[in-house]
Ligand binder design. Sequence first.
Ligand code: PEP
Ligand code: MN
Length: 366
Amino acid sequence: MQPDASPQQTGNVRSTLERLGYTTSALAYLGPCYYAAIPGDECSAVPEPGLIARLRASGALAGIAALEPLAGADLAARARKPAGTEVRVGNVVIGGRAIVIVAGPCSIESREQLQQTALAVRAAGAHLLRGGAYKPRTSPYAFQGLGRVGLQLLAEAGSRAGLPVVTEVMAAEDAEVVADYADMLQVGARNMQNFPLLKCLGKLGKPVLLKRSPSATLEEWLGAAEYLLARGNDQVVLCERGIRGFDPNTRNTLDLSAVPALHELTHLPVLVDPSHGTGRRALIPAASRAAVAAGADGLCLEVHVRPEESISDREQALAPADLEALMPSLTAIAAAVERALHAARPRISPERWFPSGDYSTTCRAV
Ligand code: PEP
Ligand code: MN
């Protein structure tokens, strides 16, 4: 819209387009006058030729400065925001100079497991706490997560540890409840192209961690991010977590070439998940160092207070001590690439947390 367009003109343009079946969203991240009109869920028709000219002539588009056709991943393109996007999750900024560590268990298993892990990852220098409550499992017979109880445990552990929390949302119908408990919503690899979910998260506006599907090209991945951006949500962080390879030595093939390629293509921050990317505890430290050297804006690491007891993804679970041991080399590599690790939170003494050593464990999943 023109900078001096009246709110009434903006309202008229939006309602005209919405009557034609478009959904309109304010793109506040580009500036106060930017809006997108995208085909709405009920919009089957392509606008007939000459429609825009007719609308202009009728005055229904008064106040518009320019109409620009959008295609592909236009809004995700680096040229839109050459300085890059910063994503704010609680008091943590992803995409600035500081490198962010997201750590926590694959699955939330119990209050005790999560609180102990939260305390330990904070002490080791992590900035965000992760943990899955709704788990996408390959087998329907495997543990599916604690669901809403898990969300409550995560919010509780995060607030006690002073760490913002990120957890996966698998379905659009769960998005609001997950958003009530989490600071950032993860779209898992298997759901990267769950378009109803992406549309819903675009409108919700909470920060999203969008993992790469194991079979997605960068173009497909950015197309998925575009669903969020086109609905006004630019708080999107991409997470490389390995793509399907042919070598059984690693669970996936961690595509670190994607990191500089994405920085060239898009303004969105990029995290790397060496846990799912390698699937093997022994490989994670080296892959983490390589990711920081490649320019990642942070790491997502699976850490369990007792790795050998992990219910899911046991082979790739680090112990808190492994994370602590990794931090000095990450700090050194960050400095070598003109970055720094995000400031660590001061340690919390375990006595303050667990005065009686007593947990009323809500649920022990088996
Ligand atoms: C996870 O983060 O635990 C997870 C299931 O990741 P992905 O979607 O990358 O497999
Ligand atoms: Mn996992």
